[in-house]
Design a protein around this ligand. Structure first.
Ligand code: NI
Ligand code: MN
Length: 223
């Protein structure tokens, strides 16, 4: 059975498989489809860091759905203090959930919470494996991630200013060696305006990955 990927906007997307749904970084403000957390039904909520454009409506959504928040310890403890169910993890940590294994990867970025650290995730969701980079700069150890936990899809930021820009992200794609690369975290606001076409061309010219461009609201049937 294939998984259904839905890009909401910015760095927020859902993956549905086996009648369960996970969401990453549920920031919904300003999404062109007008989706609010009240429209969503999810089982798991992954949070890469606590900047507003990632934490978003996570706590309200978690309470509404009785969903499990999976994130770094500092954000998990805050979530629990807010009355949510949370599973704390941290950089380099792995844990096998009922749906599969999760690895927390480093992300070089602010945490948005005292004492914390930004992160990304490699997630095996019922056999569908993907890397969600969160907000990060390029870093050399990205080259080890595919070997640690193989993944098919790499979802990476290309907006620049706060994260990798398209040039850096194309080099990152070379290290990540995923079958498919999906760029996100661009064109939400003028400060992260980017043309994804040269990125796609560079990735496909310099790596064996295929680049899939998604607009807010698009869905994909994942392998
Ligand atoms: Ni951020
Ligand atoms: Mn961000």
């Amino acid at each position: 059975m294939s998984a259904k990927f839905k890009f909401i906007h910015h760095a927020c997307f859902t993956v549905t498989k086996n009648n369960e749904t996970l969401i990453c970084d549920p920031f919904l403000d300003g999404n062109p489809e007008g989706v609010t957390y009240k429209d969503l039904k999810v089982n798991y909520i992954f949070i890469s860091h606590a900047h507003g454009d990632h934490l978003g409506d996570a706590f309200a959504l978690a309470k509404q759905c009785d969903a499990l928040i999976i994130t770094t310890a500092e954000i998990a403890y805050k979530a629990e203090a807010e009355g949510c169910k949370a599973h704390p993890m941290h950089l380099g940590g792995t844990y096998t959930f009922p749906f599969g294994k999760v690895r927390v990867t480093p992300a070089f970025h602010g945490s948005g919470i005292e004492g914390g650290h930004a992160c990304g995730f490699v997630i095996d969701f019922y056999g569908t494996k993907f890397y969600f980079a969160g907000d990060t700069s390029i870093y050399g150890d990205m080259s080890m991630l595919q070997e640690l936990d193989p993944f098919t899809y790499a979802i990476i930021p290309i907006g620049g200013n706060f994260t990798m820009d398209p040039n850096d992200a194309a080099l990152a794609a070379k290290m990540l060696k995923a079958k498919y690369v999906i760029p996100i975290h661009y064109n939400t606001w003028p400060i992260i305006a980017q043309d994804p076409i040269p990125f796609k061309e560079k990735v496909e010219a310099t790596t064996s990955s295929k680049c899939i461009l998604v607009n807010p609201g698009d869905t994909l049937d994942w392998e």
